[in-house]
Design a binder for this molecule. Structure first.
Ligand SMILES: Cc1cc2nc3c(=O)[nH]c(=O)nc-3n(C[C@H](O)[C@H](O)[C@H](O)COP(=O)(O)OP(=O)(O)OC[C@H]3O[C@@H](n4cnc5c(N)ncnc54)[C@H](O)[C@@H]3O)c2cc1C
Length: 480
C-alpha cells in the first residue's frame, strides 16, 4: 500500500465512462506515488447510466468501430470484442452491439490499468455518494453519504447525465403515483408492466426506442402511445460513404441560418452523386465544437429553439434493428405517435387518463393508459438540479451554470469556473456537464479525448507526481 498519508490524492466523483477513463489515464501516466479514489454511488464502476442494467436489446447507437475508449487505438474495442467476447464469430466494424457489453469493456480497461500501474500508484473504488465538500488548509475534504470523509488534493466531477425533469403540468400530483416512472434509463419498471397494459412514453428519442425494444422483447401486447412536442423520431443509421466537405464551415459567418443553407446544398450535391445525407452530417463532427463556440449567444439560443430537435434526430441515429422494431409495432397497429403538448393526468382506480393538445390545434384529446414512462432527455440546467453535491457546490459559488442552462462553465480543459469567474486549479469536470461550452460532448468519441487531456492537465497541477513522458507524448499526439 505504501504510505497512504503522504501520497497526493485525486478524487473522481462518478464512475461512468467519463470518471473511469480519467482513472485509467491517471493510472497509466503517473510514475511516482498517487492515490486515485473513484467514488460511484452504484456499486459497479465503469458502467454509468448508459451501460448498466441494460437488457440485451439495448444496443449502442454508435458502430463498434467508433467506440474505442482510446483515441490513439481506434480498433481497441473491436479487438476486445473479437478476443474476449466473441472469438468464434467476429463482430463486424459496422455492428451495433449490446450496451451492457460496452460496460464490461470499460470495466476490463480499468482492471488492466490498475494491474499494470507503477508501484505506489493506486486505485481505490468506493461505493458511496459524495454529498458535499469543503476547502481546508491541506486541500479539500469530501463528505460522503455513509458518513465518511476523505481528504484530497484534486477533484473531478464526472456526474454524467442527470435524470430527466418531470414534464411541466399544472397539477403534479400524478408524478408520485406508482403508475408513473420518472426516470426511463432504468428498465426496472418494465417488470411491473402487464402484457396487455397500455403504455404512454413521453418523448420520442433514443430512450423511447429502447423502451419499445424492451417491451417487445418481454412479449408486451398492449397499445403504446408515444407523445412528444414535435413527434420526431431518430433517423436510421445506414452505412454511408465518407463525405469530404467541399467548404470550410469555420470560414462561414457565425450564423445558424447560413450554416444550414450551406449544409442543405452540400447534402443535395452529395446525394446527386450517390452520396447520403448521413455522410455529410458526420463530416461536420470534427468542426462541431468550434462551430458552436463561434456562435454568438443569440445564435446559440436560435439553434436551441428552432433547430435542435431536427439536429438531434439526424445526428443521434438509431441502430437498424431498433428502427425495425418501430416499424413492426406500427405495422401491427400497436404504436401510435403524436406531436402534442402534455396538459395533465387524471388517475382512476385502474388507469390514467392523459390529457393532450395535438400540435397546431386548439382541440384536446385523451388517451387512457395503465403506465406512463418519462423518456425525455436529461435535465441539464445546473441552476435547477436537485442533486445534493451540485446544490452544495452551487451554494458555495464553486460552480456556475452556463447561460444556456446546458451545463457548467469551465475553461478549455474542463477546470471549473467559480461564480467569481476564477478558474479552479483543483476542481474539474468533463463529459455531459460541458455541453454549454462544447455542445458535442456527451458521447464516447468526445469524452475519450477529454478524459485523456484532463488527466494530463491534472497531473501537471500536481508537481510532486512524475509522469511517464513516453505515454504522455503518445497520448498528446493522438489529440485531434
Ligand atoms: C441511455 C443512454 C445510452 C447511451 N448510448 C450511447 C452510445 O451508444 N454511444 C455513445 O457514444 N454514447 C452513448 N450515450 C452517451 C453517454 O453520455 C456517454 O457514452 C457516457 O456513458 C457518459 O458517461 P458519464 O460518465 O459522463 O456519465 P454517466 O454514465 O451518467 O455516469 C455518471 C455517474 O456518476 C454517478 N454519480 C453522480 N453523482 C454522484 C455522486 N455525488 N457521488 C457518487 N457518484 C455519483 C452516477 O451514479 C453515474 O454512474 C448514452 C447515454 C444514455 C443516457
Amino acid at each position: 500500500m505504501g504510505n497512504q498519508a503522504s501520497k497526493p490524492v485525486i478524487a473522481i466523483i462518478g464512475g461512468g465512462f467519463s470518471g473511469t477513463m480519467i482513472a485509467v489515464h491517471l493510472l497509466r501516466t503517473a510514475v511516482t506515488p498517487l492515490r486515485i479514489v473513484l467514488i460511484e454511488r452504484h456499486d459497479e464502476p465503469g458502467r454509468g447510466v448508459a451501460y448498466r442494467d441494460q437488457p440485451e436489446c439495448h444496443l449502442l447507437n454508435v458502430r463498434a468501430e467508433a467506440m474505442s475508449a482510446f483515441p490513439a487505438e481506434p480498433d481497441h474495442f473491436l479487438n476486445w470484442l473479437n478476443t474476449t467476447y466473441s472469438p468464434c464469430h467476429p463482430v463486424g466494424t459496422t455492428e451495433f452491439v449490446p450496451r451492457r457489453l460496452y460496460g464490461a469493456y470499460v470495466q476490463s480497461i480499468l482492471e488492466q490499468a490498475r494491474s499494470t500501474a507503477r508501484r505506489g500508484v493506486s486505485l481505490e473504488q468506493r461505493a458511496d455518494e459524495v454529498l458535499g465538500l469543503r476547502r481546508t488548509e491541506a486541500g479539500t475534504r469530501l463528505r460522503l453519504k455513509t458518513g465518511a470523509t476523505l481528504n484530497v488534493q484534486q477533484v473531478v466531477l464526472a456526474l454524467g447525465n442527470p435524470g430527466p425533469a418531470d414534464p411541466p403540468i399544472s397539477d403534479a400530483t400524478f408524478y408520485s403515483s406508482a403508475r408513473y416512472q420518472g426516470h426511463a434509463w432504468s428498465t426496472q419498471g418494465l417488470l411491473s408492466i402487464q402484457r396487455d397494459d397500455s403504455v404512454l412514453l413521453i418523448g420520442s428519442g433514443l430512450t423511447t426506442l429502447d423502451w419499445l425494444a424492451a417491451l417487445r422483447d418481454r412479449g408486451h401486447r398492449g397499445q403504446v402511445h408515444v407523445v412528444s412536442r414535435r413527434g420526431l423520431m431518430p433517423q436510421l443509421h445506414r452505412a454511408a460513404p465518407a463525405h469530404h466537405l467541399s467548404f470550410d464551415p469555420l470560414s462561414l459567418p457565425p450564423r445558424v441560418s447560413l450554416l444550414l443553407k450551406r449544409l442543405r446544398s452540400e447534402i443535395e450535391a452529395a446525394e446527386a452523386k450517390g452520396g447520403d445525407w448521413r455522410g455529410v452530417i458526420d463530416s461536420l463532427r470534427p468542426y462541431t465544437q468550434r462551430l458552436w463556440q463561434r456562435l454568438p449567444a443569440a445564435e446559440q439560443r436560435r439553434f436551441l429553439r428552432h433547430v435542435r430537435p431536427y439536429w438531434e434526430i439526424h445526428r443521434h441515429r438509431a441502430a437498424p434493428k431498433v428502427v425495425e422494431t418501430v416499424y413492426e409495432l406500427m405495422r401491427a397497429g400497436r404504436l401510435q405517435t403524436m406531436a402534442a403538448r402534455l396538459l395533465g393526468f387524471e388517475e382512476t382506480a385502474d388507469s390514467v387518463n392523459v390529457l393532450l393538445q395535438p400540435r397546431g390545434t386548439e382541440k384536446l384529446v385523451t388517451r387512457t393508459v395503465q403506465r406512463v414512462i418519462n423518456c425525455t432527455g436529461p435535465e441539464s440546467n445546473y441552476r435547477r438540479l436537485n442533486h445534493p453535491l451540485v446544490r452544495d457546490l452551487r451554494e458555495q459559488g464553486l460552480i456556475e451554470a452556463d447561460a444556456l442552462g446546458l451545463g457548467l462553465n469551465t475553461d478549455d480543459h474542463g477546470a471549473l469556473r467559480a461564480t467569481t469567474g476564477e478558474v479552479s486549479r483543483w476542481l474539474y469536470t468533463l463529459g455531459p456537464s460541458r455541453k454549454g461550452q462544447l455542445w458535442e460532448t456527451t458521447a464516447v468519441p468526445e469524452i475519450r479525448v477529454q478524459a485523456q487531456a484532463l488527466a494530463h492537465r491534472m497531473l501537471a497541477e500536481l508537481p510532486s507526481v512524475t509522469v511517464d513522458r513516453a505515454v504522455r507524448k503518445l497520448e498528446l499526439r493522438s489529440q485531434p
